[in-house]
Design a protein around this ligand. Structure first.
Ligand code: XUL
Ligand code: CO
Length: 460
């Protein structure tokens, strides 16, 4: 088999297989830190990180924004029969995936295949493209991390999908989800995601909040039952996001979704797909959302990107901050690592990054950033200083009255009576600065490069 996949024509000429060249490489189209086969604690980097490319950003979006026309107008995006264009897009996607060396991809139904005139035609379109994707997966070894249905783009969803006040729209959403689950199963998808883009409200004045949430839970349970009956063994993910496009989304953040899942008895099948930029919009750190999910046994997968702290919207930039990736991977390792989940780059190049190589360089940067994060996080875990500090911090609950309190063997009166015997308490340093320094030191062990002579830069 060829080193990478090229369909009927080559869509990214001039870019070959992206290889690891090490931190001293000057080649923008090479990995500096991501070395797929490198073993980190008995597992390869590739198997730790499970990188996926997002079909919608990388192969569908055309750079259009509220103020301007498409800037990423590749040939497979317009100007032909929609099914032919969809197959060209599939070829372009598999060429990109295999040149990059990404093991996984993720899609929405409408990314893969165009909507038809009726639900039945839409389903036929999707299954036809899924069959072609299955051939390309078999030829290349690329796998589907998760599939999802786009329940937010079409005009019919302007008042919501599963939470729409009109039952007819809920039925349309079901037709899409049913077909998207079938396509996910056909492609041996390891997961199926729900991102409730329009499952929320624009105004409480026209919204029955209680009923809408009940409808959402009912819909998710029906989708789960359908998929399980069809033999789907993968994980269902909910992707929390607080707002945008609605004013308020019901899947606001991890804590909110956890309460929702438990309230409606969905927590055995559903896990969190945590997106860095969504965490930021919810007023949280990415690290916070990961730790919160892990603490509740609900961690699943990651949409890897970053926001701009000065923008109040989802800028979906590629992740490049080593400290963020270190803290994220530390949380992932503590949660036991990825099983069915992975790192899906839900990110897009900027509107004015118009060269095909920009898309490669963006992914290379994100993959390198997570490789650094993995190594530093592994260092922190192996060194054990952070974990030892934390467990020591709670040692007064390990035995005696503290342990009895944890086991629920104490009443409030007894607990209160103990206070007098303790005198001064609580003046123990939290050592935050020392612990923050440990994170930087771990990064230093991974990223220190010998100083070398830098040749003068002729051009950029
Ligand atoms: C939107 C978002 C989606 C989901 C999939 O903010 O993150 O792309 O990841 O529907
Ligand atoms: Co996302």
């Amino acid at each position: 088999m060829a080193d990478y996949f090229v369909g009927s024509r080559e869509y990214f000429p001039g870019v070959g297989r992206i290889r690891y060249e090490g931190p001293e490489s000057d080649n923008p189209l090479a990995f500096k830190y991501y070395d797929p086969g490198r073993m980190v604690g008995g597992k390869s980097m590739k198997n730790h990180l499970r990188f996926a490319v997002a079909y919608w950003h990388s192969f569908c979006a055309d750079g259009r924004d509220t103020f301007g026309d498409p800037t990423h107008a590749q040939e497979w995006k317009s100007g032909g029969d929609p099914m032919t264009l969809a197959e060209q897009k599939l070829d372009a996607a598999f060429e990109f995936l295999t040149k990059l060396g990404a093991e996984f991809y993720c899609w929405h139904d409408r990314d893969l295949a165009p909507e038809g005139a009726t639900p039945a035609e839409s389903e036929r379109n999707l299954m036809a493209l899924a069959a072609k994707a299955r051939e390309r997966q078999a030829a290349t070894g690329v796998k589907l991390l998760w599939g999802t249905a786009n329940l937010f783009g079409d005009v019919r969803y302007m008042n919501g999908a599963a939470t729409n006040p009109e039952f007819a729209v809920v039925a349309h959403a079901a037709a899409q989800v049913k077909a998207a689950i079938d396509a996910t199963i056909l492609l041996d998808g390891e997961g199926y995601t729900f991102w409730g883009g329009r499952e929320g409200y624009m105004s409480l004045l026209n919204t029955d909040l209680k009923r809408e949430k009940e409808h959402l839970a009912r819909f998710l349970a029906m989708a789960r039952d359908y998929a399980r009956a069809r033999g789907f063994k993968g994980v269902f993910y909910i992707e929390p996001k607080p707002m945008e496009p609605t004013k308020h989304q019901y899947d606001f953040d991890v804590e909110t979704v956890a309460g929702f899942l438990r309230h409606y008895g969905l927590d055995a099948d559903f896990r969190m797909n945590i997106e860095a930029n969504h965490a930021e919009l919810a007023g949280h750190d990415f690290h916070h959302e990961l730790e919160t999910a892990a603490a509740m046994g609900l961690f699943g997968s990651v949409d890897a990107n970053r926001g701009d702290p000065r923008c109040g919207w989802d800028t979906d930039q590629f992740p490049i901050d080593w400290r963020d990736t270190t803290l994220a991977m530390y949380a992932v390792l503590r949660a036991g690592g990825f099983t069915t989940g992975g790192l899906n780059f839900d990110a897009h190049v900027r509107r004015n990054s118009v060269d095909p190589s920009d898309l490669f360089e963006a992914h290379i940067g994100g993959m390198d950033a997570f490789a650094v994060g993995l190594e530093a996080a592994w260092h922190l875990q192996a060194e054990g200083k952070l974990a030892a500090f934390v467990s020591d911090r709670y040692r007064s609950f390990d035995s005696g009255d503290g342990a009895r309190f944890e086991r629920g063997e104490m009443k409030l009166g007894e607990l209160a009576a103990l206070a007098a015997g303790y005198g001064t308490a609580g003046r123990t340093s939290g050592r935050q600065e020392r612990l923050e320094n440990l994170v930087n030191q771990a990064l230093g062990t991974v990223t220190t490069v010998p100083i070398r002579d830098v040749p003068p830069i002729a051009h950029f």
